[in-house]
Write a protein that binds this ligand. Structure first.
Ligand SMILES: NC(=O)c1ccc[n+]([C@@H]2O[C@H](COP(=O)([O-])OP(=O)(O)OC[C@H]3O[C@@H](n4cnc5c(N)ncnc54)[C@H](OP(=O)(O)O)[C@@H]3O)[C@@H](O)[C@H]2O)c1
Length: 285
């Protein structure tokens, strides 16, 4: 019998893409404040994951074999506040009930001064979001030692546009200045690749931390131009290169990831943005 999946954050960007791929198994998903889609392959449940009683009620009613915990990102301080309690309640009950637990984390657990980062490198987050995600990782490791903690990087996609690309395209359309940092390096991952890899991981014995990101590290300016090229758009003059330094912000500069373990472990190809571009063009022609 196929395993029953529970995807937290089914109304989020990654959650949406995961649900699209899970047709072969019974899939449940959570939402909190965003109304779920009326037609979806998943059964949606409203749950505030920061509340222990709501999490327990959910798990008792859904009885999942696997939880992919994508919920709680950096969109608001309320979401950041929910990161630690949600990780605590879910990882504890997953361990108690022998539920396979996949926990999404981020490259922002690092400070950007010692790239490229391996799974064994020690986090040193700079901001509340990275700090909450670091604490959540520690809680998950303690309460559910068999969990897989997946640290990912910027996820991008075009159907629909990811959060960052939507901001960039909005800037192109409105003419408002958009500044992209040339001194911030990340390893962006195609959201479809990430979703496929996560589903592959649900069937594996791996446990512990895994860096799952794209194969190339790019600065935010080059990445922005590559995304616009993927969308067959040319950058307008209001899209400008800039630096973290000039912005006065404090941000991790180089979050290049070492993804050797993920490459050895997974059959899912970790595509570069040029491979994604070629694949999409082939599909269209
Ligand atoms: N986006 C990236 O580039 C990126 C990069 C690295 C790692 N990650 C990690 O990947 C995961 C998914 O990110 P994403 O961008 O897909 O997230 P997202 O689009 O911002 O979605 C966040 C989800 O969390 C849910 N949520 C927030 N607070 C909640 C609460 N108290 N109880 C229940 N659900 C709650 C939201 O539900 P409602 O909308 O229904 O309220 C929404 O479904 C996150 O864990 C993030 O840290 C993301």
């Amino acid at each position: 019998m196929p395993p029953t999946l529970l995807i937290t954050g089914g109304t989020g960007y990654l959650g949406y893409h995961l649900i699209k791929l899970t047709k072969s198994c019974p899939t449940h998903a959570t939402f909190f404040q965003t109304p779920p889609p009326t037609a979806s392959p998943a059964v949606f449940h409203q749950c505030d994951l920061s509340k222990k009683d709501q999490v327990h009620k959910l798990i008792i009613s859904v009885k999942p074999d696997v939880i992919i915990h994508t919920a709680c990102s950096n969109k608001s301080s309320k979401e950041i506040d929910a990161i630690v309690p949600a990780a605590h309640h879910l990882s504890t009950i997953a361990h108690q009930r022998s539920i396979k637990f996949l926990h999404l984390s981020t490259d922002l657990v690092f400070d950007g001064t010692h790239a490229p980062y391996q799974e064994t490198d020690l986090p040193n987050p700079l901001h509340p979001y990275g700090k909450a995600k670091t604490e959540a990782e520690q809680i998950v490791r303690f309460h559910c030692p068999a969990a897989i903690i997946i640290r990912s990087s910027l996820m991008y996609g075009i159907d629909p546009l990811d959060h960052q690309t939507r901001w960039l395209v909005r800037g192109m359309d409105t003419g408002e200045p958009v500044r992209l940092f040339t001194d911030e390096r990340r390893s962006p991952i195609w959201v479809h690749t990430l979703a496929e890899a996560l589903l592959e991981l649900t069937k594996m014995d791996f446990q512990g931390i895994l860096h799952l990101a794209g194969p190339e590290t790019m600065n935010r300016w080059d990445f922005g131009l590559a995304i616009l090229a993927l969308l067959r758009r040319e950058a307008k003059p209001n899209i400008q290169p800039s630096t973290i330094e000039a912005s006065g912000m404090i941000r991790p500069k180089d979050l290049a990831f070492t993804i050797d373990t993920a490459r050895q472990l997974l059959k899912t190809p970790l595509l570069s943005i040029s491979e994604v571009t070629n694949q999409l063009r082939e599909e269209k022609s």
